[in-house]
Design a protein around this ligand. Structure first.
Ligand SMILES: [Ca+2]
Length: 178
């Protein structure tokens, strides 16, 4: 019987960008215009419109979603791949390869214990603890004492930085299908 060593095959034939693109296949289960990622079991949509953190969260919530939550290294890996999708290149360039997440200080800018706070509406407002983190080296620094809102910062690392709400950024919306 012939045995296929998948790991070896992957080394010989690393996944192409086209294959990555395919991995984010659209499914009927995701909200319209969202892309499904089978690794994380989440649907994603980049809103290529720059807005404050609070307005960006409202925009995601209006689509039945919330700004992205990077809860694990596997989520981070998916975000790194997401940023390299050929179909998103134009929008990613416009967005500067950065976008808001659901992360915010508990009570910015005085109490910057960071949590995930995905929903604006009172009935759905929850504070989820940030167990996994992927901060950039010197972050969070609460620069100028006015920060407290987390964006996914950079290509290749998808690491994080805190910024003031008033900074205008794109947002990556997400729906957890699990
Ligand atoms: Ca900062």
């Amino acid at each position: 019987m012939e045995f296929h060593d998948d790991a070896k095959l992957c080394q010989l034939y690393p996944p192409s960008l086209a294959a990555l693109n395919k991995a984010f296949r659209k499914t009927a289960e995701c909200p319209s215009d969202f892309m499904y990622d089978h690794q994380t079991g989440k649907c994603y949509k980049l809103i290529a419109k720059k807005a404050t953190w609070l307005d960006s969260r409202l925009a995601c919530n209006a689509l039945g979603s919330h700004p992205v939550i990077a809860a694990s290294s596997s989520d981070t890996k998916t975000l790194i791949n997401f940023m390299e999708l050929p179909s998103l290149a134009t929008n990613m360039t416009y967005c500067g390869y950065t976008f808001w997440s659901s992360g915010m200080g508990f009570s910015p800018p005085t109490n910057l214990t960071y949590v995930w706070r995905p929903y604006a509406t009172k009935s759905k407002d929850v504070y989820l603890p940030m167990k996994y983190t992927n901060w950039d080296l010197t972050q969070p620094d609460n620069a100028g004492g006015i920060e407290g809102f987390v964006h996914i910062k950079a290509r290749k690392s998808a690491n994080w930085n805190d910024l003031p709400n008033s900074n205008l950024l794109c947002v990556l919306c997400e729906v957890d299908m699990d």
